[in-house]
Design a protein around this ligand. Structure first.
Ligand code: AMP
Ligand code: MG
Length: 415
């Protein structure tokens, strides 16, 4: 099939076709603190009660409610303090009528005690404590198993582990868990003109921005970048690098550059000769020229060369693929409603992703263009909070037009 015979896909069609080639990777068992943002590959059932024993929620005196039923401000009940109990220790002996135990928050209540009178509501008189009011049964006592019951299904397979889930696993006494493994993603920049960040500059050359922005995106979304460096624009060089990637057991290959119609755009040729190209081009801007296929069963996404295009194509196509391999189900990038302050004129029937910064004023969110929207203007990404989406069918939008903004990050808001 000739290149121009491939249909140009919508962003959604391209993403859906890409995602049919990905699934959650096999599980591995890792320590819980390493499992932050990973996806559980097992159900977690508690084999203990949390808390394990009834304990006091306040610093105070463990008492028997029966003893203080008649207590009042005028006629306080006097109880003999027979012990002092810190958190971490237990008293096995039941408390006797007419006695109390001084007890610290978290300490298990002694057998027989059925309420705790907080320090601020009692008075001390020598070895005794004076109680000025009756207490309801179990006042200020946390019951065994009130948080989690033995046998309870606490976390289900597919849960993304946040700090609270990590804390819960620790509370359950589970030091390591089964989670889907992280994908290894090869990153390869292409172009005779591209040199690495530390290479001496020479006329005609540019530094490899994409190799780093794409590796950083892989890290950000939970993958492991496998950096292959830069391949010049020859079929041999690119083929060698891709074979190198395959030898390193990667799950996904990302290239940048070399996918448009120029004479040196070799990614599509290598995809076709070494494997299969499934499609190329999506109806979007920036980032129309991208290619997707596979080589020896490993999916390859050819990102465009322009630094902004490669990042936006990554967000739309590579990010959901990586999240899927991690076992994640929620793939939609968070979007918010905003008012695009600047008017837009264009006539290409493509989905535009405009780089914007956001401002909150009078209860509304305003989106402002970050400047020149050229696909090589990386500074417009540096300044951006999100991407304002202009639907295909709109050729122009007036000032103050309502848009959806895909958040690049979801930052804390306010000063
Ligand atoms: P291409 O898609 O290979 O035609 O590249 C499109 C534009 O992106 C050209 O101006 C390239 O010089 C530039 N470009 C390609 N790869 C990179 C890269 N890794 N870092 C920065 N710019 C790049
Ligand atoms: Mg190139």
């Amino acid at each position: 099939m000739k290149y121009d015979e491939y249909p140009m896909l919508s962003v959604e069609e391209a993403r859906d076709r890409i995602l049919t080639h990905f699934q959650a990777l096999e599980p591995e068992t890792i320590p819980i603190l390493k499992a932050l943002n990973r996806v559980l590959a097992e159900d977690i059932v508690s084999d203990i009660d949390i808390p394990p024993l009834a304990n006091t929620a306040m610093d105070g005196y463990a008492i028997r409610v029966e003893d203080v039923a008649e207590a009042s401000a005028e006629k306080p009940v006097r109880l003999k303090v027979v012990a002092d109990l810190a958190a971490g220790y237990v008293l096995d002996k039941p408390i006797q009528p007419g006695t109390a135990v001084r007890i610290m928050t978290g300490a298990p209540v002694p057998p027989g005690a059925d309420a705790v009178a907080p320090f601020e509501h009692v008075e001390i008189d020598g070895d005794d404590v004076l109680i000025f009011k009756p207490y309801a049964k179990w006042k200020n006592i946390r019951h065994a198993g009130e948080d989690v019951k033995k046998g309870q299904l606490v976390l289900t397979r597919g849960t993304v582990l946040r700090p609270q889930e990590i804390g819960m696993l620790a509370a359950l006494g589970i030091p390591s868990v089964r989670v889907h493994r992280r994908p290894r993603v090869a990153v390869l920049s292409t172009g005779d003109e591209v040199i690495d960040v530390s290479d001496p500059w020479q006329p005609g050359k540019i530094r490899d921005a994409n190799g780093y922005s794409v590796s950083a995106l892989i890290l950000k979304y939970g993958g492991i970048p496998v950096r292959l460096g830069i391949a010049p624009d020859t079929i041999e060089a690119l083929t060698t690098k891709i074979r190198e990637a395959l030898a390193q057991n990667v799950d996904f290959i990302l290239t940048s550059g070399g996918v448009s119609m120029g004479d040196f755009d070799v990614v599509k040729k290598v995809l076709a000769s070494e494997g299969e190209m499934h499609f190329w081009r999506a109806r979007m801007k920036p980032g129309k020229p991208m290619a997707f296929g596979e080589i020896q069963g490993v999916p390859l996404l050819g990102l465009p060369g322009n630094p902004v295009s490669s990042m936006i194509s990554f967000e739309l196509f590579a990010r959901p693929a990586i999240l899927t391999m991690l076992g994640k189900k929620k793939l939609a990038k968070p979007t918010i409603d905003a008012i695009l302050v600047d008017p837009i004129q264009r006539k290409d029937n493509r989905r535009h992703y405009l780089r914007v910064w956001l401002e909150q004023k009078d209860g509304e969110t305003f989106a402002h263009l970050t400047g020149d929207q050229g696909s090589g203007i990386l500074l417009s990404m540096v300044k951006a909070d999100g991407l304002a989406i202009i639907p295909e069918e709109l050729n122009s939008t007036p000032p103050h037009f309502p848009v959806k903004v895909m958040m690049l990050d979801w930052p804390e808001i306010g000063d």
